[in-house]
Design a protein around this ligand. Structure first.
Ligand code: SAM
Ligand code: SF4
Ligand code: SF4
Length: 378
């Protein structure tokens, strides 16, 4: 019997008012939270809709055609998003990731990319601008995205075998079309490309080795992600999580792998490089990543903040409510007011859900009313 709890309360409605510090907190290019973590990575959700129904994210029986998606007027405009992003950058954000739902479903997304690509750090440098997509529209859109200033993409792909892939996306979408999208993204130079595979034990774990073989030596970094208990609708069970250590053991039976250093502070993936005949990492063969959100929490270095489609910021993927910035934007707040609010929000942060997960009684964890991944983005 599945321990499925479908929440009666819509967590999107719950919101915290953005703080309005009495003494302004001007941006200084760096702001730290209560655990000393800097703010570096802003993930922007541009839509809560998607053309897939991955069971771990938007299960079909909950996300029906009658599901109350956000109305258009509730969404932040591109100008509002860009204004917030600029203020986040002034506080130290260096990486912007567009996500969703499926971000390529948002109309004229290229216009937003153009605006974000024009932002500069206080030192005059461009930002690291990327996007996570299910790849279904990539073949058609890759060139326009690149022309608008997108640097690279991450594509989610949960299997190579068509039957498995269709089962994972639950809308019978063929894998070939996503592979074509990845090829097009690579051809137009949207790289280095990363491919994310969520591994569910017993559902797609037989795809680990075929996926590794397919992307080895392709210039694309394949990353295996542990199935997480995000949201409250996917019926998550620990026995469906395949720990990264097991993924690694399976890979090591097939390939020679050597550990690599993290590429940046706060990097979520443990990197392993394919070794050449001399036993050393062969860059031509490339690398894989393991994202162990469940079995090896990386909250200690978490420098990410998430902006929802309707302008709430969330301090953790597992937060139950966000701070409403849209009221500030639409209520005539000045840049100084908004920058102060952002700093105060980050300074008050102590979230570290993944580190605490194991300590929470199962009942409490299941009953938690968390926002959905499709609403907040990955
Ligand atoms: N639709 C886009 C996509 O799938 O790439 C962007 C949004 S999706 C919510 C972002 C990422 O979250 C995807 O890589 C997806 O596989 C991952 N994700 C969603 N639900 C997850 C879960 N329960 N556990 C682990 N990863 C999950
Ligand atoms: Fe859609 Fe991405 Fe969620 Fe799959 S993981 S349902 S593609 S938003
Ligand atoms: Fe960051 Fe929250 Fe994930 Fe920990 S659980 S890594 S704090 S988003």
């Amino acid at each position: 019997m599945s321990e499925r709890v479908i929440p009666l309360v819509d967590q999107r409605i719950a919101a915290l008012s953005a703080p309005r510090p009495t003494v302004p907190i001007p941006p200084r290019g760096h702001v730290a939270d209560r655990l000393g973590r800097p703010l570096r990575d802003l993930r922007i959700s541009v839509t809560d809709r998607c053309n897939f129904r991955c069971s771990y994210c938007m299960p079909k029986d909950v996300f029906t055609k009658d599901y109350p998606y956000l109305p258009h007027a509730a969404l932040l405009t591109f100008e509002e998003i860009t204004r917030l992003a600029r203020l986040f950058v002034a506080h130290g954000v260096r990486k912007l990731r567009l996500t969703g739902g499926e971000p390529l479903l948002r109309k004229n997304l290229e216009d937003l990319i153009e605006q974000l690509a024009a932002l500069r750090t206080p030192e005059g440098e461009p930002l690291d601008l990327t996007l996570t997509t299910n790849g279904t529209l990539l073949r058609r859109k890759a060139r326009a995205l690149r022309d608008a200033g997108l640097q690279r993409v991450t594509v989610s792909l949960d299997g190579l075998e068509d039957v498995v892939f269709r089962r994972m996306n639950d809308v019978d979408f063929p894998v070939g079309a996503v592979l074509d999208g990845i090829a097009e993204a690579q051809a137009v130079g949207l790289g280095p490309i990363k491919v994310n595979m969520v591994v569910k034990r017993g559902t797609n774990d037989d795809q680990i080795i075929p996926m590794a073989r397919h992307f080895r030596g392709s210039g694309i970094v394949l990353r295996f992600i542990e199935y997480m208990d995000v949201g409250a609708t996917n019926g998550w069970r620990m026995d469906e999580v395949l720990p990264s250590a097991d993924v690694l053991a399976r890979l090591q039976r097939e390939f020679a792998l050597v550990p690599l250093e993290p590429s940046a502070p706060g990097e979520t993936a443990q990197r392993w490089g394919y070794a050449g005949p001399d036993g050393r990492h062969d860059p031509q063969l490339g690398e894989i990543g393991l994202i162990s959100s469940v079995t090896q929490a990386f909250c200690r270095d978490c420098n990410r903040i998430r902006l929802s489609t309707e302008g709430k910021v969330y301090l953790c993927l597992f937060a139950d409510r966000g701070y409403d910035l849209r009221s500030l934007l639409r209520g005539g707040a000045s840049d100084e007011d908004i920058a102060s609010a952002l700093a105060a929000i980050w300074q008050g942060r102590s979230d570290r859900y993944s580190e605490l997960r194991a300590l929470l009684p199962a009942e409490e964890r299941r009953a938690a009313r968390r926002i959905e991944m499709s609403y907040i983005g990955g």
